[in-house]
Design a binder for this molecule. Sequence first.
Ligand code: ZN
Length: 277
Amino acid sequence: MRIAQLAGRTVLLTPEGAIDVAAASEGRFTGDLFEQWDDLAAWAPGADPSLARPYDEADLEAPVRAPRQIFAVALNYRPHTAEAGYEEPAAPLVFTKFPTCLTGPYATIELPPGHVDWELELVAVIGREAHRVPVEKGWDPVVALTVGQDLSERISQLAGRPAQFSLGKSYPGFGPIGPALVSLDEVPDRDDLELTCELSGQAVQHDRTGNMIFPIPRLVSYLSDFCTLLPGDLIFTGTPAGVGNRRVPQRFLTPDDELVSRIGGVGEMRHHFRRTP
Ligand code: ZN
């Protein structure tokens, strides 16, 4: 199933359109999405397609509103690690994007002063509380995948010794996710999905999630050795090569750009930009 937030309502996205979950279920699914996830997944295939309505994709919002924790992983693809000039990490390198940076899959995003760069990433959505998860059970707490951009203002991200990543990656709108939470049974191969990022018609990033240095089960296991993972938490799993600050010449986002972020079987986001007034 594909669960989205449309103009403040939880909807099921189907080929016929959006089905309002609370109305179609006659009020059965109005509580916490993740507490009801398994029942919702069982109900969704039987939802009445005649209740589907066309919708404006611009009304789609971030499919998770207010996660308590957002984990993000640096240098999780070898070519990106090399372009960034680092050695391959021995363990996941983790920072956070503060949750107020989240925005929807078709938003127009403000560019603060500086060098704002793109980072297409697969985002794993935690649905079950978990602590100390063994690697072989690393998929268990994950109930869905979605597309994410780890937008980053490079000057503030890389200032200081050691650099502190989180603030320069947490401006309002710097964490677009969506368009939907896609349950794991919907994707062709949860361990190997094609990622493509296009900037104003030019492919800038292209890789497969099967090439991650630390695949999702490793990340879940590693993070859960430290933190208790909570329903609704997000894991930005790292970006492939092709970011703007490692290009020659460097290239950063401008108000003239359209940024398309696509993961095969998961979905596509499209963003435009304007300067902060
Ligand atoms: Zn990133």
